[in-house]
Design a protein around this ligand. Sequence first.
Ligand SMILES: Cc1cc2nc3c(=O)[nH]c(=O)nc-3n(C[C@H](O)[C@H](O)[C@H](O)COP(=O)(O)O)c2cc1C
Length: 387
Amino acid sequence: MNQHRSPGSATDRGGDIPDADIDELLYAEQLAGTGRVVPSGPVDRSPEGERKPRLATRYLGMDLRSPVVASAGPLTGHLPSLRELDDAGVGAVVMPSLFEEDLDQETSALVRLQAHEDVAHAEATQGYRPGGLPGARGVDRYLAVLARAKAELDVPVVASLNGTTPGGWVRFAALLSDAGADAIELNTYQVAADVHTPGSDVEDEVLQLVASVVAAAEVPVAVKLSPYWSALGDLARRLVDAGASGLVLFNRFYQPDIDLDRLSVTPRLVLSSSQELRLPLRWMALLRGRIDASLAATTGVHTGEDVAKVLLAGGDVAMSTSALLQRGAGHVATMLGELERWMDARGYDAVAEMVGAVSQRSVADPEAFERAQYVETITQHASVFEP
Ligand SMILES: Cc1cc2nc3c(=O)[nH]c(=O)nc-3n(C[C@H](O)[C@H](O)[C@H](O)COP(=O)(O)O)c2cc1C
């Protein structure tokens, strides 16, 4: 049995959020013009002087004990680090993606076996999976880790599928729910590189993909998107119409670099920084209240302050990978401690009060609002034109 630390009690290692950053948040709140008044005045405290903001949130129809979710990555694919994340207070974990390529290998192997059923070994018809194929081994291992994680962890376990095309492999969505996944995250990592494929075709494909996974899965499906879509608001709405229960914004592309010594292209993994949070923040704020789905921010969530921003902008949860890789699974407890202290200082009793407080829900024309902010920012810094 794991010794689970309450997320609320693990505050001792976190640093305070600097005043300057609190000012920035307050400024953003005024700027957004939401009319939301930041709670102020004396904070209710227990006789011991301790105050425990409620960190619980809801995501994909599930009750989570905290809004910090371990996003898909190396730490969420192994039981020891999954246990550490659980102990540190995560609200949920998202396992790394099963890739379409792996599933294709397994599918084609099973098809081959079925086609030669008459001559195949007896095991072929009794659930034997071809062991020599990396894809097949990968799927089996994945399902085994998922089942163990589900049995051992106190928090929901989200499985992730990476696909670009609708296909027979969506049946694996059913396998994932059978193995105990509480939800499925569909990771739509895709670079639309074909110069003859119009954007509408790419959108139709992803919508079809989502609809088929939703039909095959018996659990809620969240869709993880890149930011590179021409009209993200409309696509977000149509994804929800196609059955998505949540959106995870944004996938982070690993841009290849050129090795000048070898004159070759090299994939480069650069971990994120808090600076990159702004893009997901903007879209949390734009979509909150405009689509009927859960919202998760991923990319740039490194501190409790980042989590506070995500919630205020309109996210239900803040997902983190880079920070946990850099600082270890226990960093979740630090982030939660920082979040608690910020909530305490601002008089927030519960995460639920924060969600969307700085969103653009009450902004009548978000496009004009965004443009006005852009113009204001640029003109503040641009040099004055002189004849
Ligand atoms: C080493 C590594 C492996 C990752 N693997 C996956 C994956 O399997 N599926 C997925 O959807 N995202 C994957 N991600 C993306 C993360 O889940 C996350 O969305 C992204 O890193 C941005 O968040 P961050 O700024 O907290 O790192 C991976 C990221 C890293 C760094």
